[in-house]
Each structure stands twice: as C-alpha cells, then as structure tokens.
Design a protein around this ligand. Structure first.
Ligand SMILES: Nc1ncnc2c1ncn2[C@@H]1O[C@H](COP(=O)(O)OP(=O)(O)OP(=O)(O)O)[C@@H](O)[C@H]1O
Ligand SMILES: [Mg+2]
Length: 277
C-alpha cells in the first residue's frame, strides 16, 4: 500500500471542511478525485501531501505519518502539482523546472540538464527552456509546473517503494490534446508502478484515465469505485446537481457523460436544414 488515510478531518474557519475520510491508495493505481467547487478536494490532496495540518486522523505514506516525515524525505517520495502557482519573478523555464531537482542531491550538472530537457519534452515544451516564465500562456505555465513536478518525483518506483504523484487539476488550462497528453503521462507513471491521485473536473477525462474514482461532496466521500460503473449511476447528477446523459460509444472502455445543457441545442428546438425530425 502506498498511502493510508484514517479518519482524516480538517476544520477551518470554525467549520469541518473535510472528513472524516478513510481510504487507501495502492501502487500502480490512478485515482481521480471529482466533486463540486468547495467540496474539499484541494484540502484532501493537501492533507495527503502533508501540506495541510489535520484536525483529526492520520495520513501514512509507506507507513510513516506525513506530518512527522522530514521535508527532504517527503520530497523524495511524493510530488505535488498545486491547483494554482504564482511566480512573478522573471525566471526562465529552465530555472523553474530545475527547482524540481533541488531536492535530488548528487546529480551532475549534465544529468540535471538532461532531466530538465526530458521533462520539458514530455510536456511538449522542448524549445521553451530559455523563455521567461511570466511571459508564457496559462496552459504553457501549467505544463512547465508539471515538468517541475516530474523532475522532483523521478522514477515511479525507487527502493521498492511506489512514489506518489499528487495532481490538483493538472488539465484545467489545457487544450484537449494537451489534456490527453498530460493524463497519459500520469497514466504511464501509474502503469510503471507509481501511485497517482488527480483532482479533475472533466468527468470523462477522469473516467477515461483512472482506474478508481472518488466522489467528494461537502468534505465527505460519497462514492468510491470503478469509473465505468460510477458514470452511469445517479451519483454524479445528484452530487453536481446537473442532469447528465450517459453515452457508451461502441468499443469504448468506459461510458461518457454529457451535461443536459447540451440538450438546449436539440434539433426540434432549433431546427436546421437537413436535420432529421
Ligand atoms: N483556511 C480556510 N479557512 C476557511 N475555509 C476554508 C479554508 N480553506 C478552505 N476553506 C473552505 O473549504 C472548502 C473546501 O475548499 P477546497 O479548496 O478544498 O475545495 P475544492 O473542492 O478544491 O474546490 P475547487 O473545485 O473550487 O478547487 C471551501 O468551501 C473553502 O472555502
Ligand atoms: Mg481545489
């Protein structure tokens, strides 16, 4: 087991914003966390990473409480892509991505350059190294941050331990192709023995790339299971308060959901020439 959460609770502003929550994460898995704005997803992943102090319960990474683990050891065993990152200094892309290697001592300068270049190529920013970071587009910045995190985490498995990659909305600023590319990187990390937890708002991306979906609502886990079974159930419409159509294209591993808003373009309401009915 990579991580175990036991009775985790977080109270902030006099309100319980998370928990109690208990579950485990297994090596080789990609778990998608979905839920409405304010459900507690970022609070949950920050509790998992050790960045958020718990009010009750504990979080163990390979048996050690993350709150008691030294920052150096934590950095070697888990990496976090936060929901938002603000960097105003005119660092270059090379410098930002290289920050990920601060916690990996003992690498030669040439090896560092190679790792940074490889991470940039993985996020399709091979030529961006010398560019000033503040000048990049929102999606380019997000991919630079992922490259930094990939540099920090290194191999999916080290010393027989599965590393934990925590991604909080890694695709929120990305175009459709880069959304798929980034989740494919996360998927590969899990397939090679790493452990991934990703907060996602796109339910179809979540279902398509994860092997497990945790639905969070008002700080509690309201569903936890196989996305192919969760998607067609009434959990998501109930949790999000949105009607959804479920489609299962022939040959697809899992179904997809479409929010009902798309039904507003129905042909019988807005007839177009050549449309049936
Ligand atoms: N330090 C704090 N003090 C008071 N309330 C807080 C604090 N941190 C978070 N909250 C509240 O806790 C709730 C959960 O926040 P969180 O950021 O975990 O939500 P989320 O599920 O990640 O939402 P989103 O989808 O918008 O990112 C929100 O209602 C937020 O306002
Ligand atoms: Mg969040």
């Amino acid at each position: 087991m990579t991580m175990a959460l036991d009775g985790v609770e977080v109270v902030a502003g006099g309100r319980r914003i998370l928990g109690p929550v208990s579950f485990d994460l297994e090596p080789g898995s990609l778990t998608a966390v979905v839920g409405p704005n304010g459900a507690g997803k970022s609070t949950l992943v920050r509790a998992m990473s050790g960045e958020r102090r718990l009010t009750a319960g504990n979080v163990r990474l390979h048996g050690e409480e993350v709150g008691q683990t030294s920052p150096g050891l934590l950095a070697a065993r888990r990496a976090v892509l936060p929901q938002a990152t603000t960097i105003a200094f005119p660092f270059t892309v090379f410098e930002i991505v290289g920050l990920g290697l601060r916690t990996r001592p003992g690498l030669t300068a040439a090896r560092r350059r190679a790792i940074v270049a490889e991470a940039l190529a993985a996020v399709d920013l091979g030529d961006f190294g010398p560019r000033p970071y503040p000048q990049l587009s929102g999606g380019e910045k997000q991919r630079v941050q992922l490259a930094r995190v990939l540099c920090q985490i290194g191999a999916p498995v080290e010393d027989g331990r599965s590393k934990l990659l925590i991604l909080d909305e890694p695709t929120s600023s990305l175009d459709v192709r880069h959304q798929i590319d980034v989740l494919a990187i996360a998927r590969r990390f899990a397939d090679e023995g790493g452990t991934v937890v990703a907060v996602l708002h796109d339910l179809n991306l979540a279902a398509g790339f994860s092997d497990r979906m945790i639905v969070l609502d008002s700080g509690l886990v309201v569903a936890d299971g196989d996305p192919a079974e969760l998607l067609p159930s009434d959990v998501l419409p109930r949790t999000f308060g949105a009607k959804m159509a479920v489609l299962h294209p022939p040959g697809w591993r899992s179904p997809v959901v479409l929010p009902e808003i798309l039904g507003r373009a129905r042909v019988d309401q807005r007839p177009r020439s050549g449309s049936p009915g």
